[in-house]
Design a binder for this molecule. Sequence first.
Ligand code: FUB
Length: 344
Amino acid sequence: GPKTETQQVPVETVTENPFVNPPLVSHVYTADPSAHVFDGKLYIYPSHDVESAAAQDDMGSHFDMKDYHVFSMDSPSSEVTDHGKVLALEDVAWASRQLWAPDAAEKDGKYYLYFPAKDKQDVFRIGVAVADNPAGPFKAEPEPIKGSYSIDPSVLKDTDGNYYLYAGGIWGGQLQRFKNGKYQEGLTGPTAGLPADSLPALGPYVAKLSADMKSFSETPKEIKILDESGNPILAGDNNRRFFEAAWVHKYADKYYLSYSTGDTHFIAYATSDNPYGPFTYKGIVLHPVQGWTNHHSIVEWNGKWYLFYHDTELSGETHLRNIKMTELVHKEDGTIEPIFPMKK
Ligand code: FUB
């Protein structure tokens, strides 16, 4: 029967959700979101994370992705539409595994998806796939972009109509295994080939795209990132040195290069007057997220700026991520207001 005496109610600990922003997509795992506004709509080109039998190692073998989906939004607060699978590993003749962080660009009504994958020799190259529509499907070129290497391509459409491809990533991204664009055989593990801690860190590379958007019009050039005194950021400066995820946006006539510092988990940024750099380190865009990787994009949409990023709120697993977005503010002095993804 009903209890009449007063019962001891256990004191519940109410745990507050520590994440500042909610996942944008929850029916599939998504990461590395590259966002662009095409025809007034916002399109997101992320990695599509999947469960994998590959062992977790310092080369990122557990990031074993096999296809890409494209997503779109009509407004910053609207639902996210999944346009489905737009490119699959089996449809890329030259690739063997690991479809990592992509980006997309539009030129003359055609859309180009740039993506890293390991070739049949297990060397990361960058491919391009073409579509008539921002939501795909994309058809891959039979060969990777000639002269391309490493991971994480992103493309800047400059205000003068030139397109620049930025790329590179150390450790699993293999950037340290290339000298003058040539793969050095015999380097194994994530760190062999890296400069000593007291030497300048490796930078991402940049190459102007040719008119057809499918090739480089020049030999890729390494980007220098300098500290506030004009000295190169050193390889041992893990809090500030480039690791992966280069992204360039233009704001008030300045080029902003933002990137992940990898093992210290920041998205840092540096600015320049020139798309080729040198860039000067300015600070942090995004503080560490939950999960090892931190990877983002920055885009202007209807007069406001947004940061797209990911964390592991839905899975708690470093290789099963979910994309998120938040507003980004450029301050009057040109610096970026740092973003904290976790409640303090
Ligand atoms: O998603 C696979 C890799 O993890 C990306 O290419 C890196 O930037 C890191 O996010």
